[in-house]
Design a protein around this ligand. Structure first.
Ligand code: ADP
Ligand code: MG
Length: 225
């Protein structure tokens, strides 16, 4: 049995103190296996972004344990956390509006691979093909639609061959059809590549494409049946 790519064990994150203390994560436990794509849904302020930040080695919890690809990351230095992100984690953001505007789609992937200093088993061309963007390889972000930019954002997140893919509200800027396509693509890539995917969203329509769904309310996570 392989270790889950992500384990959160009774993780707590709080902000502030005394009367104004907020428990952003209030004892959250979660395991995500390789090849599984799960959704976390919840209202604004329920702790979704905090959960992604913890899983993404960007925030250290006040207590509890976090393991990425079998390695406990609580107590690591900032430098070590950066290594964990580089070696194991891919991030997909809300609208992929953060793609450098001067670079063609193909070069976006090349830049990402160089920054990471590593590359998964798929070439850039294979990645572009997988996300249905081969025909746009020479396009710059300004000439791509929102859905197309999101596809490049997904390919870029997969460049290093991550164990864990963290996805923050990927459909927020897309129409319905595009939203379904993007989430279907994310699920497919996780299954195909054996990547553990975690998507936070409040788009209830697209969660049908996910293997498991968890509800987040007031910093607590509950699995749906
Ligand atoms: P979501 O992504 O579901 O909207 P967040 O994880 O952003 O929720 O926030 C969870 C709770 O923690 C909210 O009450 C929010 O106001 C609070 N919070 C988040 N980040 C900070 C911070 N840096 N300082 C203080 N409070 C924060
Ligand atoms: Mg958020």
């Amino acid at each position: 049995m392989t270790t889950p790519a992500l384990i959160l064990d009774n993780v707590r994150v709080s902000y502030g103190d005394g009367d104004s203390q907020v428990h952003a994560l209030d004892g959250v436990s979660l395991q995500v296996n390789r090849g599984a794509f799960v959704a976390i849904v919840g209202p604004s302020g329920s702790g979704k972004s905090t959960l992604l930040a913890v899983a993404g080695a960007l925030t250290t919890p006040n207590s509890g344990d976090v393991q990425v690809a079998g390695e406990s990351i609580t107590g690591l230095s900032d430098k070590e956390l950066a290594r964990v992100r580089r070696e194991h984690i891919g991030f997909v953001f809300q609208s992929s509006g953060n793609l450098p505007s001067a670079l063609k789609a193909r070069d976006q992937l090349e830049l990402a691979a160089r920054i990471l200093g590593r590359r998964g088993r798929r070439s850039n061309d294979e990645l572009l093909d997988a996300v249905g963007m081969s025909h746009r390889a020479d396009h710059r972000p300004a000439t791509l639609s929102g859905g197309e930019r999101q596809r490049i954002g997904i390919a870029r997140a997969l460049v290093g061959g991550p164990d864990l893919l963290l996805v923050d509200e990927p459909t927020a800027a897309l129409d319905r059809n595009r939203a379904h396509e993007i989430v279907r693509l994310l699920a497919h890539e996780c299954h195909e590549l054996g990547v553990a995917g975690v998507m936070v969203t409040h788009d209830l329509e697209v969660i049908e494409h996910c293997d498991r769904v968890y509800d987040m309310v007031d910093g607590r996570l509950t699995p749906r049946d």
